[in-house]
Design a protein around this ligand. Structure first.
Ligand SMILES: [Mg+2]
Length: 215
């Protein structure tokens, strides 16, 4: 069994305390929360349209364009690098470690969407890499990455049923069009259950529930 696990908001609590502390680095360089927040949506739009994913470098670039603020970019990036070195406290520790320990490391793969360098820094900083056989970072389609991986590791005629665990439902439709019979698990994390039964095989509120269902 190969289980592909999303990183942001599945393993790592990106949108709450991490985001606040991450903003703290911008704050030190005179960026207001208002400007920080208002320049973020640029990336969700462009990553779909042009393939440009979020990174602190490109965020600073957008902020400079908008505000014409004079920011010491070199110093900012150095400070950001240091901040990203130690991120263990943002891992969902109430369920991630239990989940990871319930599976063989060789079956677990991180599959994360985003800019290579920034995602690597976050994943390295979180300390969770030790629980995974591989880490895949993509700026494209997660389905293609799963297909490529399964073909490489298990051969074309594999009878593997790969599993994708993700908090974003958007990935599941494409996954369900794959030649592979991929099982999809929506990680809700306190949010609402969806009713997309066609593309979503299962909902969980925490990663802890997953062991039961797969064994
Ligand atoms: Mg996610």
């Amino acid at each position: 069994m190969k289980i592909f696990v999303d990183f942001d908001n599945t393993i790592f609590d990106t949108r709450h305390q991490f985001l606040n502390d991450f903003f703290g680095v911008f704050d030190k360089y005179g960026v207001s929360r208002e400007v920080f927040d208002s320049t973020l949506p640029y990336f969700s739009k462009t990553s779909l349209q042009t393939g440009e994913c979020y990174s602190p470098e490109s965020h600073i670039r957008e902020i400079k364009k908008l505000t014409e603020q004079n920011i010491n970019e070199k110093q900012f990036l150095q400070e950001m690098e240091i901040f990203l070195e130690d991120l263990e406290k943002y891992v969902f520790d109430e369920d991630f470690y239990e989940f990871a320990n319930n599976f063989d490391k060789k079956d677990l793969i991180i599959l994360s969407y985003g800019e290579d360098n920034f995602q690597s820094q976050k994943i390295n900083g979180s300390g969770v890499k030790q629980f995974f056989e591989d880490v895949i970072i993509t700026q494209g389609d997660k389905t293609k990455e799963i297909e490529k991986y399964i073909q490489k590791c298990c051969g074309r005629d594999s009878v593997q049923v790969p599993v994708l665990i993700d908090d974003k439902l958007g990935y599941f439709e494409s996954v369900k069009h794959s030649q592979l019979n991929i099982k999809t698990i929506h990680n809700v994390r306190g949010g609402e259950f969806c009713n997309d039964e066609k593309n979503c095989d299962m909902h969980v509120k925490t990663l802890r529930e997953i062991k039961k269902s797969l064994s």
